[in-house]
Design a protein around this ligand. Structure first.
Ligand SMILES: C[C@](O)(CO)[C@H](O)COP(=O)(O)OP(=O)(O)OC[C@H]1O[C@@H](n2ccc(N)nc2=O)[C@H](O)[C@@H]1O
Ligand SMILES: Nc1ncnc2c1ncn2[C@@H]1O[C@H](COP(=O)(O)OP(=O)(O)OP(=O)(O)O)[C@@H](O)[C@H]1O
Length: 299
């Protein structure tokens, strides 16, 4: 018997970063949006092991350090049982790309193990266990569009009308999330910018609620973008090309280096992806839609 869970990537529509906390994290105003790029995680009985397959999986640990294995151990601890599960990850979400691929696999592993072990774990408890594994993990269970406060783990669903069409420009190599947060702090100190408490953007929330892509494109913001650009200056060219070829909006996704561009509809997304491909400003271009549901067991 085995259980397979499908889990989406995310893009951050607003990422407001507050001051550094004593525990090494930053308080965030994090508007998450789940998009149709998916990993699949399959759990089967056996000694704890992780295998990974996919076209671009360099740097993904196969073994106990994989976030999926950490999630399985966290659930096993909670249930007071052995983490006797063999996990296989089929990866399509870019690695270290700012789209929460590892967090997605952790969320999928929690759900797959709960089903495999026939453990009746309430959704609220799964969200708490998810937050112990990483700040982005609860949202991968939650899906849709949501506001994340605290480290990003305190979630509230946001109204979102219709479907948005995205183009993702994937970069060569990843960026380390802690390094990008540290660069954000360094830049703020260097330019004597006081980190203020972020607030939800009313324009962004209104654009989501009305399903207006033009308004959403104009309201996208990411406080980590200057830090990602500082560590990876070539992203400035990618973002400029998106603007030049008519994206309704564009930004670095989370800690980067993936850049996300909003299109008016499916045809516009395909055109934009082709133009950016031709301009040679990214390793590869993929189109996706959002919002999509969070992690779920496949029949
Ligand atoms: C950039 C985002 O992807 C936006 O959704 C997330 O904030 C990152 O979430 P994540 O990858 O799950 O990050 P975690 O594994 O929880 O934390 C990794 C490291 O990122 C930094 N970190 C993360 C989240 C947060 N709110 N403040 C931080 O400063 C800390 O240095 C932390 O040690
Ligand atoms: N299942 C996994 N998939 C990808 N990376 C993993 C996984 N488990 C552990 N890792 C490690 O975590 C690092 C970051 O991977 P991930 O793909 O989650 O980054 P990310 O998408 O930038 O994350 P986020 O958007 O949450 O900041 C990888 O470089 C790898 O060393």
């Amino acid at each position: 018997m085995s259980v397979t869970v499908k889990v989406p990537a995310k893009v951050n529509l607003q990422l407001g970063v507050g001051p550094l906390r004593d525990d090494g994290y930053h308080d965030l105003v994090n508007v998450f949006h789940a998009v149709s790029l998916f990993d699949e995680v399959t759990a089967a009985p056996g000694p704890l092991a992780v295998t990974v397959a996919g076209a671009s999986i360099e740097g993904v640990p196969a073994g106990p350090d994989n976030l999926a294995a950490r999630a399985a151990r966290r659930l096993a601890d909670h249930l007071g049982r052995e983490a006797d599960v063999s996990l296989h990850i089929d990866k399509a979400i870019p690695v270290a790309g700012g789209m929460a691929g590892g967090s997605a696999d952790a969320a999928a592993a929690l759900l797959a193990c709960a089903a495999l072990w026939e453990a009746d774990v309430p959704f609220e408890t799964l969200l708490e266990l998810a937050a112990d594994v990483g700040s982005d993990v609860p949202f991968a269970l939650f899906g849709g569009t949501a506001l994340g406060l605290g480290r990003g783990e305190r979630l509230t669903a946001l109204p979102c009308a219709g479907e948005f069409h995205w183009v993702f420009a994937l970069a060569d190599g990843g960026l380390s999330t802690p390094a990008v947060f540290a660069e954000c702090d360094r830049l703020r100190a260097a330019f004597e910018q006081e980190a203020s408490w972020p607030h939800e953007s009313p324009d962004l929330l209104a654009a989501l609620a009305s399903g207006d892509p033009k308004a959403l494109g104009a309201a996208l913001t990411n406080d980590l973008q200057p830090a990602a650009l500082s560590l990876r200056p070539s992203l400035a060219r990618t973002l400029a090309a998106g603007r030049e070829y008519g994206a309704l909006g564009g930004l670095v996704s989370g800690s980067g280096p993936t850049c996300a561009f909003l299109a008016a509809d499916a045809a516009h997304a395909a055109e934009l992806a082709a133009a950016l491909d031709e301009a040679d400003v990214a390793r590869t271009l993929v189109t996706a839609t959002g919002p999509v549901p969070g992690a779920h067991v496949l029949p």
